[in-house]
Every structure is written in C-alpha cells, then in structure tokens.
Design a protein around this ligand. Structure first.
Ligand SMILES: [Zn+2]
Length: 67
C-alpha cells in the first residue's frame, strides 16, 4: 500500500502485510513517517534525552556539593 509521510508528504510504498500497514488500516496509528523523518525525529529525541540526562547529572552534582 502507498502511504504519505505526515511530515514531508513523501509517498512511500510499504508492504501490505507489514505491521505498520495493519496499524494504519486499523487506525491504531494516524500518521506515517518516512524513514528519513523517522530517523530525524529519533535522532532529535535521543539528543533531547541526552541533554536531559546531562542536566539531571549536573543537578545531582550540585546537590552533592551542598551535602
Ligand atoms: Zn518524511
């Protein structure tokens, strides 16, 4: 089946029997992301997570200093 990426509107061909195709047909997911967008989002999420961890680490260090 053909699906349109919700972000860049690129049309991609996916396997009719793939899990993502089934989910889209059952409307369990409403948006499809092409590989490029998916990887970009995943990269951004990981970057945000890394930043969050870094901040958390620094906050912990600060608390340690006061103890
Ligand atoms: Zn895309």
């Amino acid at each position: 089946m053909q699906v349109k990426c919700s972000l860049c509107e690129k049309i991609e061909d996916i396997e009719d029997h793939s899990l993502i195709a089934k989910r889209l047909r059952n409307r369990r997911i409403y948006m499809y992301l092409c590989t490029t967008c998916y990887e970009r989002i995943e990269h951004n999420t990981n970057k945000r997570l890394a930043t969050g961890k870094f901040r958390l680490y620094r906050e912990n260090k600060k608390v340690d200093q006061f103890l």
